[in-house]
Unconditional design. Structure first.
Length: 158
């Protein structure tokens, strides 16, 4: 007949942590695959216009962006509330646009320089005079592929 001992306390077995590094690396690779780094800090407010016909850009690595709009609240004190141009992460004057385009083109691969596209992301309340000035400056810099960023208007779709 078997004897059952109840008088001694049993210890709980230790938790095996041998698979813990595998799980951590799995989470690390998952987050590395699904997250994207923020490319630019917006200093101007851009509410894109709505368009009925839009096309996606084919090669975004060949696209350089020009942001046009009123400065965000934290920049209004030092830059005012007039419409400003943002190139990269800095405010710029219309005179600096040509230099920016030339430097961006020279930083690109020589085969891709002719395929560079300039995308103008302008606020819907931006005056066309500023857009015209930007277009003229881009023309002087031989940046002849220009696109306008817009959101698709889904309200009028049937």
């Amino acid at each position: 007949m078997a004897r059952i001992r109840k008088d001694t306390e049993r210890e709980t077995p230790e938790l095996s942590t041998s698979s813990l590094p595998d799980i951590i690396f799995m989470f690390l690779f998952f987050f590395m695959a699904v997250t994207t780094m923020k490319e630019i800090t917006f200093k101007v407010r851009v509410s894109p216009v709505l368009a009925t016909e839009v096309q996606k850009l084919e090669n975004k690595s060949l696209t350089r962006y020009v942001y046009v709009g009123k400065p965000m609240e934290q920049y209004k004190k030092s830059f005012g509330s007039e419409t400003r141009i943002q190139l990269g992460d800095v405010f710029a004057d219309i005179n600096e646009l040509e230099t920016f385009i030339v430097s961006e083109r020279s930083a690109m691969n020589e085969d891709d320089q002719n395929m560079m596209t300039v995308s103008i992301k302008a606020d819907k309340d931006t005056k066309m005079g500023i857009i015209n000035d930007i277009k003229q400056t881009l023309r002087r810099a031989y940046a002849l592929k220009i696109v306008y960023s817009a959101n698709k208007d889904i309200r009028n779709q049937q």
